[in-house]
Design a protein around this ligand. Structure first.
Ligand code: GLC
Length: 692
């Protein structure tokens, strides 16, 4: 049962699309204060678990830390970070009382889950204008499914999007892309997509192509398609300010960009230099921006990734002017009476405390470099800038910071709605960096600028079920790591997790070590690991489609399947995938294997580099399993089986007629299949019973 409680005047986010009964009185759980700001407080029992928050830092059980939904372009996902790129305000408390909460609030909201006080869950935000959805159910799993039922069906990608994709920030010319295609094809490593990062554009202008490097683009798209590779370009949120650039001119003329209080178009510097943000919260502007995708679909493009849509701001004109003023002051007043903090610290150490205090007083009278450095460091993505522009929404004119977390959602919605106009029966590939619940209907997400760190493989794994709970099924991380230099073993281990994530893409930042699979020794290991992905696609696609069509999870915590098993409930580094398998990737440097916990008897399956498969039935309990760098392992649940096909160079070449079955004898599997391209889902003939 779901009830909605309305506080103040909530902004219409359209996260929830089904009618929900409005609750009378107060919610059955916790205590609410809504006079000055909004605060929900709940006393947790020692063993209560808190699930949810989608794209958030740390563990699967969110207890013990504080998280803030505030979509942020921050490429350093260290453990202390409270905000990442998404705002997914759904949690489930599971324990003495079990219930779900969705705080439909589009601005900054904080989830203190036993951080300030170990036994207290407190959710707070500045304005008491929100819809709170309270969900009762038999179990956390049941609650999640009910929640998914009210937010609408998750995005369904085309089947080829389950293939492997290669990306790198830095590919510039047709030959760069050809080299990637050849690197994979010549080495027999499967590949379906090559991603085009910002350098394909003319001066980073959205929906343009570099004039020198991409003459006759449609022919190039076709050339790649003949190799069965799709090009997937990036689209950034900011539209370059440039006289004569038609999209800029049209946007200015029609007032489609976000404006300052005085009605002038707000200027934010991003990759192209000065840009304007399309007001995607304004229906007419959203339609206009969405229609621009047609410029590329008309040239044969069938998929996109939306980026910088928190929206990221490197600096604003106002911020830069303030910095310049400070710098001017600093230079004018630099008469030698000032001291830098470094000098001050050294001075303090030399003099001992008493003298240091004295000298501090004296020295701080002059200009200090610190405010200047602080200003420089806070120019990007500044809260002040988010208060400097407005949206013309159906709820009226709204200052950006009040609806900040919706920008990525509505940018991607612009694209999703446009695709329906462009070709109502076709699926387009689409994923975004920033998101809010509701965006899951229009596209997937990738988890942004991670690093080539072992700890980020584990973060990737732990986040997957939480993302699914919030509706984001088509997801994946930059395999191998985006920032920093990867290593061969790290890439192989990360790929062995990526084998199971719907979005399987290797992406890296400019300036880092080249990390296409063919850059490393013994390429046959990469061919094998990615080949296993292709062998599993019939199963992975079928489970994805079932999850999307039934508002179910593709990745589940073990706790959702074995709620009575106290050990299983604690496991955070193994996940259930679909109804048949469990995964337990290796995420440690130099490890030859790992410990796993089996909540029931399972078949431990390894895809060995020689193409054979080893199978061993392991009993319930703890085991150490060996998994070499060039092996992919999974566990099949007792009495279950999965279909397997042969690997192929690309998804459309997979043989879906002659499949073999892997698992327990006598088991059956219900396979979902469709054409993978049209939106004609769930015809009765889509289901086929397969037997071991
Ligand atoms: C952002 C994106 C990253 C991309 C880069 C250049 O950092 O997150 O994926 O490569 O911008 O476009």
């Amino acid at each position: 049962m779901i009830q909605k409680y309305v506080y103040g005047k909530p902004f219409t986010t359209e996260a929830v699309v089904e009618e929900v009964t409005v609750g009378t009185g107060v919610p059955a759980y916790g205590c609410i204060e809504a006079e000055q700001g909004f605060r929900f407080t709940y006393k947790m029992e020692e063993n209560d678990i808190v699930y949810g928050l989608g794209e958030a830092n740390r563990g699967l059980n969110k207890r013990g830390y504080c998280y803030t939904s505030d979509c942020t372009d921050d490429p350093n996902h260290t453990e202390d970070k409270r905000s990442l790129y998404g705002a997914h305000n759904f949690i489930v408390v599971a324990g003495r009382e079990t219930f779900g909460l969705f705080f439909d609030y589009p601005s900054t909201i904080t989830f203190d889950i036993g951080y300030t006080k170990v036994d207290t869950l407190q959710v707070s935000c500045e304005n008491a204008d929100l819809n709170l959805f309270v969900i009762d159910g038999n179990s956390p799993y049941d609650i999640v499914k009910q929640f998914r039922g009210i937010i609408g069906r998750s995005y369904i990608p085309p089947r080829y999007a389950f293939g492997f994709g290669q990306s790198r920030w830095g590919y510039k010319t047709k030959d760069d892309f050809r080299r990637v295609a050849e690197g994979y094809r010549e080495n027999g490593v499967p590949l379906d997509m090559v991603y085009m990062d910002i350098d394909y554009m003319q001066n980073f202008k959205d929906f343009t192509l570099n004039e020198e490097n991409f003459q006759d683009f449609p022919a190039f798209v076709q050339e790649m398609k003949e190799k069965n590779i799709r090009l997937i370009p990036i689209i950034d949120a900011g539209v370059k300010v440039e006289k004569g650039y038609d999209i800029y001119e049209e946007g200015v003329k029609n007032r489609y960009f976000c404006q300052r209080e005085d009605g002038s178009d707000f200027v934010a510097a991003v990759w192209p230099g000065d840009t304007h943000f399309p007001d995607v919260l304004n229906e007419e502007a959203r339609k206009w921006f969405g229609d621009q995708y047609r410029i590329l679909t008309d040239q044969g493009i069938e998929g996109f990734w939306n980026d910088m849509n928190e929206p990221a701001i490197f600096y604003s004109q106002e911020g830069m002017a303030e910095l310049k003023d400070m710098l001017k002051d600093f230079l004018e007043n630099e008469d030698g009476s000032g001291i830098t903090a470094g000098e001050m610290a050294a001075d303090n150490r030399n003099k001992g405390e008493e003298n240091a205090a004295e000298s501090g007083k004296k020295r701080f009278t002059g200009p200090s470099v610190w405010p200047l450095m602080w200003k420089l460091g806070s120019l990007a993505n500044s809260k002040e800038d988010y208060r400097r522009f407005y949206h013309n929404t159906r709820d009226g004119r709204v200052r950006h910071d009040k609806v900040h977390n919706l920008f990525g959602y509505y940018m991607t919605r612009a694209a999703g709605e446009a695709f329906e106009r462009i070709d109502p029966d076709k699926r387009f590939l689409m994923f975004s960096r920033s998101s809010y619940i509701g965006m899951h209907r229009y596209g997937g997400i990738w988890t942004g600028d991670n690093k080539s760190w072992w700890s980020h493989i584990l973060l990737n794994l732990k986040m997957l079920p939480s993302l699914n709970m919030c509706g984001f099924l088509y997801t994946g991380a930059d395999l191998g790591g985006f920032g920093a230099d990867t290593t061969r073993d790290m890439l192989l281990r990360w790929l062995a997790l990526g084998v199971f994530t719907p979005l399987m893409r290797n992406h890296a930042a400019q300036g880092t070590r080249e990390q296409e699979c063919y850059q490393f020794e013994n390429i046959e290991d990469f061919r094998h690991v990615i080949g296993v992905r292709y062998r599993l696609i019939p199963y992975l696609y079928s489970e994805y489609m079932k999850a999307a069509l039934n508002n179910d999870l593709y990745f589940k915590p073990l706790a959702f399947v074995y709620p009575e098993d106290a050990m299983a409930v604690q496991v955070e580094d193994q996940m259930m995938l679909g109804d048949e398998i469990m995964i337990a990737p290796v995420y440690t440097q130099n490890a030859k294997g790992r410990y796993v916990y089996l909540p029931e008897e399972m078949k431990f399956v390894k895809f060995l580099p020689d193409g054979t498969i080893s199978e061993e039935v392991l009993g319930k309990g703890h085991h150490y399993v060996e998994i070499a760098l060039n092996e992919v392992a999974l566990f099949i649940r007792s009495g279950k089986c999965i279909p397997l096909t042969d690997a192929a160079e690309y998804v459309e070449a997979l043989d879906l007629e002659h499949m073999t079955m892997l698992g327990f004898s006598g088991a059956e599997y219900m396979l979902y299949e469709d054409d993978g391209m049209s939106r004609n889902y769930q015809k009765p003939e889509a289901y086929r019973r397969l037997c071991m």
